[in-house]
Ligand binder design. Structure first.
Ligand code: GLY
Length: 575
C-alpha cells in the first residue's frame, strides 16, 4: 500500500503546488504532514488490527462490504471487549452502490417491557446514577446479533453464511490472542469497576488474580461457545435457549428486570437514513433513535452560512462559529430527540435549511452566547469514549459505516455467567428525570424518558458523504456525547479545509454541548487562539484526546484510509 502511495506521490510532487492556492487534490498533496493508507480495491478501518484484517480477508475472498463488516464486528467483540460486543447495540449504515441506496439499520438496545419512567429514581423522585449505570436495571436488550444477522441476510453478498463470518472470531475467543498495550491499559483504567464481578475477573484476570498485561494471552472460552451457538442456530441461538437463559439470569441477579420474552421479541429495525446537503455534497447519517445524524446535518446547515474555509482551519473565528452552532443543536437535542417509535421527532424541521438560517442568524461573529440564553428553537413541522466505529468499502463501492457500543468502557463491567458476554449499561442514555445529566453530562426531557420497549437516545453518528451520487467518505467515531461534534469536524476538515483524511483525523478537536457551558479543546490548540476564544466569552477547558475516528475516503479509483492514532491498536488495512 505504501508503495502505491509512494508512486503516486512522486507523480504529484512533480507539480508545483503553491502554498497560496487551495489544493486541488489534498489527498496526495506534497504538503501533507500525515498520510492516509492507500488501497485500490477494498478497505476496512477499525480500532483493532486483527478485526480489520479479518474484514479485509473477507473482501479478498469475494465478500462485499456487509460481509466484511459482520466479520469485523464479531471479531471486535473478542479483540476489543471494551466496546466491540454481542451484549450491546449500535447503528449500521449500508450503502448499496448498484441501487444507489443507503439504508440505516437500528440495532440499538431496547428497554425491557417492565421499564418505567421512574425506574432510576429514588422514593423522593431523585435520580440515582448507580441504578442507571451499574445495576442490572441499566441493561438494555442487546441488539448486535439481530443487527448483524439482518444486515447479512438482506445485504450480504450471499457467498458467506453467518457461521463463515463468525469462524475467525470463534477461533480468536477459543484459542486466545496476545494482549497488546491498548487492551491492557483499558483494563487497568476501569479495574475497580470490572474486577468487583467474579465472572469478569475469571476472564480478564489470571487464575492467581494477577492482571493481564501486554504479551499475555486472553482466552474467552465461554464467549467462543456463545458465538458457536449463533453460528449454529442464527440469531435464535442468542435470543433464545442457553445464551438468553444465562443472560437474563445474570441481569436479574444484578437487580434488573429483563425477561426471556424481552430477548425473544427483540428486533433490529431498518430505518430511513437522514439526509442533508453541505456545499454541494450529500451527507447521509443515522436517524433517531440516534441524535447523531440530525445534529451533524443541523450544525452543517448553520455552518454553511459562514465562509469556514476562508477563516482557516482551527482559527479562533472558525472554532467560535462551530461552538455556537453546536450549542444551538444540543439545545434542541435536549428537548426534541428520542425514539421515533415513541415520540414524534421533528426531523425534517431540525434539518431544514430555513430553520438553520434562523439559528445561524442568532450567532454573533465575535461573542459567545451564554448557555442560559440559549433554549431549544421551534423547528418547522413541529407538529462514551467507549463506543467503537469501523468503516468498510468494497471494490464495487458498497460501504458500511458502523458504530457500536456497550455504553461505558466494558459496559456494566459484568460478564453474564457462562456466556463470556459483557453486559451493556445503555439505559443510562435515557433522560431519567428532566435536567438531570447522564454520565456524559447530557440532559433531556420527556422525549427521551425511559419507557417499556423504548430505545435510549444515542449520539452515535455513522456517516457517509456523496458527490454527484458517488460515495466519497465513510466515517464515524466513539466518544459519547462528543461523537456528533467529532464526526462534524471530520466532515468540515475534509470538505471545507481540504485536509486529507489522516490530517483530518489528527487535527485538534473542540467540543461544546451547551451544558456544561464550556468549550472543550484538545491539547495542541495554540495559546493565542485560546486567548481570542476566551476574549469572545468562551469558557475554554482542556479535554483529553477525544474519539477514535475510522475513516475511508474514496476518490479517483483509490481508497484512502485513516485510523485515528489517539488510541493504540487502530488499523486501516486495504488491498
Ligand atoms: N452510549 C453512547 C451513545 O449511544 O451515544
Amino acid at each position: 500500500m505504501r508503495l502505491i502511495y509512494a508512486a503516486f506521490f512522486v507523480v504529484i510532487a512533480a507539480f508545483d503546488v503553491s502554498l497560496a492556492q487551495p489544493l486541488q487534490d489534498p489527498i496526495v498533496s506534497g504538503d501533507a504532514r500525515t498520510l492516509p493508507v492507500v488501497a485500490r480495491h477494498g478497505m476496512v478501518v477499525s480500532q483493532e488490527e486483527r478485526a480489520s484484517r479479518i474484514g479485509v480477508d473477507v473482501l479478498k475472498a469475494g465478500g462485499n462490504a456487509v460481509d466484511a463488516a459482520v466479520a469485523t464486528g464479531f471479531a471486535l467483540a473478542v479483540t476489543l471487549p471494551r466496546a466491540g460486543n454481542v451484549g450491546g447495540g449500535g447503528f449500521m449504515l449500508v450503502h448499496l452502490a448498484k441501487q444507489n441506496r443507503t439504508v440505516a439499520i437500528d440495532y440499538r438496545e431496547a428497554a425491557p417491557s417492565a421499564a418505567r419512567r421512574d425506574m432510576f429514581l429514588d422514593q423522593n423522585g431523585h435520580f440515582v446514577p448507580s441504578l442507571s449505570q451499574s445495576s442490572g436495571l441499566a441493561v438494555g436488550v442487546p441488539g448486535t446479533v439481530a443487527g448483524f444477522a439482518l444486515a447479512l441476510e438482506k445485504y450480504g453478498s450471499g457467498k458467506f453464511s453467518l457461521a463463515d463470518l463468525l469462524a475467525p472470531a470463534i477461533a480468536l475467543a477459543r484459542d486466545g490472542f496476545e494482549v497488546e498495550d491498548d487492551l491492557a491499559v483499558s483494563l487497568r483504567a476501569v479495574e475497580r469497576r470490572l474486577m468487583r464481578h467474579a465472572t469478569t475477573r475469571a476472564i480478564f484476570r489470571h487464575a492467581d488474580g494477577t492482571a493481564l498485561e501486554s504479551g499475555h494471552r486472553l482466552v474467552q472460552r465461554d464467549l467462543a461457545a456463545t458465538l458457536q451457538r449463533i453460528a449454529q442456530q442464527g440469531a435464535g441461538g442468542f435470543y433464545e435457549g442457553e445464551t438468553a437463559d444465562r443472560l437474563v439470569a445474570a441481569v436479574r441477579a444484578a437487580g434488573g428486570i429483563m425477561t426471556l420474552d424481552d430477548m425473544k421479541r427483540y428486533r433490529a429495525i431498518e430505518r430511513e437514513a437522514v439526509r442533508g446537503t453541505y456545499r454541494g455534497y450529500d451527507v447521509v447519517s443515522m436517524p433517531p433513535p440516534s441524535s447523531g445524524g440530525v445534529h451533524v446535518i443541523q450544525i452543517l446547515n448553520m455552518l454553511e452560512r459562514f465562509p469556514l474555509a476562508e477563516l482557516g482551519h482551527n482559527s479562533a473565528a472558525g472554532i467560535h462559529l462551530m461552538a455556537e452552532a453546536m450549542k444551538r443543536a444540543y439545545a434542541d437535542r435536549e428537548i426534541y430527540l428520542g425514539d421515533p417509535d415513541f415520540v414524534r421527532v421533528p426531523v425534517a424541521g431540525l434539518i431544514s435549511k430555513d430553520y438553520a438560517a434562523g439559528l445561524a442568524a442568532q450567532i454573533s461573529p465575535d461573542r459567545a452566547t451564554p448557555a442560559e440564553d440559549i433554549s431549544a428553537g421551534r423547528p418547522p413541522g413541529f407538529e462514551s469514549d467507549q463506543t467503537t466505529h469501523y468503516s468498510v468499502v468494497d471494490r464495487d463501492g458498497n460501504a458500511v459505516s458502523n458504530t457500536t457500543t456497550l455504553n461505558f468502557s466494558y459496559g456494566l463491567g459484568m460478564v453474564a455467567d457462562g456466556t463470556g458476554i459483557l453486559l451493556n449499561n445503555e439505559l443510562d442514555d435515557f433522560a431519567s428525570t428532566p435536567g438531570a445529566p447522564n454520565a456524559y453530562g447530557l440532559r433531556g426531557g420527556a422525549a427521551n424518558a425511559p419507557e417499556a420497549g423504548k430505545r435510549p437516545l444515542s449520539s452515535m453518528s455513522p456517516a457517509m458523504v456523496f458527490r454527484n451520487g458517488e460515495l466519497e467518505l465513510v466515517t464515524g467515531s466513539p466518544g459519547g456525547s462528543r461523537i456528533i461534534t467529532i464526526v462534524l469536524q471530520i466532515l468540515v476538515n475534509v470538505l471545507d479545509h481540504r485536509l486529507n483524511v489522516a490530517e483530518a483525523s489528527e487535527a485538534v478537536r473542540v467540543h461544546h454541548q451547551l451544558h456544561p457551558d464550556e468549550l472543550r479543546v484538545e491539547r495542541g490548540l495554540s495559546i493565542d487562539t485560546i486567548r481570542i476564544l476566551e476574549a469572545m466569552g468562551h469558557k475554554v477547558r482542556p479535554q483529553r484526546a477525544t474519539g477514535s475516528t475510522q475513516t475511508i475516503q474514496r476518490r479517483d479509483g483509490y481508497l484512502y484510509g485513516a485510523a485515528d492514532t489517539r488510541q493504540r491498536g487502530t488499523a486501516a488495512i486495504g488491498y
